[in-house]
Write a protein that binds this ligand. Structure first.
Ligand code: PNS
Length: 162
């Protein structure tokens, strides 16, 4: 049986912390879906299609294998996507206790809804302080985001926001 997992998130934009988790999770599963999910609780900077395209470029330029699929999901439950593609595991990156508190209820609900388990992965500590919201703020104020994001994202932000 193929082991299929999903890494869901807003990825607005993808950071090096996200990419680190994606690369390492890709090594643990036969197929890894990186899923850009619309989060109505957040004011988005980038359209979903742009986030998908940047993630595709970042994954292609990374050490992740050819088993990574980038997709998006904006209607219905996240576990519905998991069921559609045969995934039984969600992978989430955890930087701190704040992330644990945020992710734990979702993990329990997703298991109750559809039996989908959540695995928490620790990103490299070098990326522990990096978040998409911090990157959005630095980019909007004209700072250099290159240390925090994949090359494709840095090039896009530098080209589009300046
Ligand atoms: O990167 P984010 O914004 O922290 O990701 C949060 C996300 C998109 C993974 C979360 O909001 C989510 O799982 N949304 C899907 C909606 C859903 O299925 N909700 C019910 C179970 S938690």
């Amino acid at each position: 049986m193929r082991r299929i997992a999903v890494v869901p998130g807003s990825f607005d934009p993808a950071t090096l912390g996200h990419l680190d988790v994606i690369e390492r999770a890709a090594g643990l599963f036969d197929e890894l879906h990186v899923l850009v999910v619309h989060n109505p609780d957040k004011n988005a900077l980038l359209p979903i299609a742009q986030r998908v395209s940047l993630l595709e470029r970042a994954v292609a330029e990374s050490g992740a294998g050819g088993n990574v699929v980038v997709a998006s999901w904006s209607v219905g439950l996240l576990v519905d996507y998991c069921t559609d593609v045969g995934a039984s595991v969600l992978v989430k990156g955890i930087r701190s206790q704040v992330d644990v508190a945020y992710e734990t209820p979702m993990a329990i609900v997703n298991r109750n809804l559809a039996g989908v388990e959540t695995i928490f992965m620790l990103p490299d500590p070098a990326h522990a302080h990096v978040s998409s919201s911090l990157v959005r703020q630095v980019a909007a104020l004209g700072g250099d985001v290159a240390p925090y994001v994949p090359r494709a994202v840095a090039e896009f932000l530098q080209g589009s926001l300046r």
